[in-house]
Design a protein around this ligand. Structure first.
Ligand SMILES: [Zn+2]
Length: 213
């Protein structure tokens, strides 16, 4: 049985970290949760954190990482920004968790029906929201199968295609922007993978073609 990362995290491989997440999401969709002793976890994690996985995921209130993977205090280093965008500050946070906290796996997780992705599909702008959209827009240029008049947020097929392309683009951005993370992936100290959380079923579909472990 899986023990708290504080105890055995250092021996964990990136592939094992992914298995723990897959098992946790399976519990979540089956409405089951492992018992958590938050009082003892508060005590254990009081002075130091040992997250086994780092997430770059969307801020959407319906996609809380710890809940959908049935994890507890100290397990997940969570970076959440609308559209799960690899801004320089997001990448810096992932460098911190990977290099200095020893986290084993980076997951870039989008979700179905993402408002930020829809806004990018419509080239929406207001206040600072345009800065988020600008970091999603390259994924739209990567999509070449949908006809011009169908390329908007009213077309769910287009939105979900952009959603998956966006996850892949953000992974590429992280690796392109960060020598620290690229080197750690190369030396197999950490892994990286993309996934899409389904708001209807609660299931996370990992994108196997993005996996580097
Ligand atoms: Zn979203």
């Amino acid at each position: 049985m899986y023990k708290h990362p504080l105890i055995d995290r250092d021996k964990m491989t990136p592939a094992e970290a992914l298995d723990i997440l897959i098992e946790g999401n399976h519990r979540f969709i089956n409405n089951y949760s492992v018992e958590k002793d938050f009082q003892s976890l508060l005590r254990i994690t009081r002075d130091k954190q040992h997250p086994f996985a780092s997430f770059l995921s969307c801020s959407d209130s319906r996609a809380p990482v710890e809940l959908v993977f049935d994890q507890a205090l100290g397990d997940i280093f969570s970076v959440r920004l609308a559209g799960n965008i690899a801004s320089d500050k997001a990448v810096g946070s992932l460098e911190f968790s990977s290099k200095y906290l020893g986290s084993k796996l980076i997951v870039v997780m989008g979700h179905t029906s993402c408002g930020a992705v829809k806004a990018a599909c419509d080239d929406f702008k207001d206040g600072h929201i345009g800065e988020i959209i600008n970091l999603i827009k390259p994924s739209i240029r990567h999509e070449k199968t949908i006809a011009a008049e169908q390329r908007n947020s009213k077309n769910p097929d287009f939105v979900e295609k952009i959603n998956a392309l966006n996850v892949k683009y953000q992974i590429d951005s992280i690796i392109r922007m960060s020598d620290i993370i690229a080197d750690m992936i190369e030396s197999r100290e950490i892994g990286i993978i993309g996934g899409i959380y389904d708001l209807e079923t609660g299931k996370v579909k990992f994108l196997e073609d993005t996996l580097k472990v």
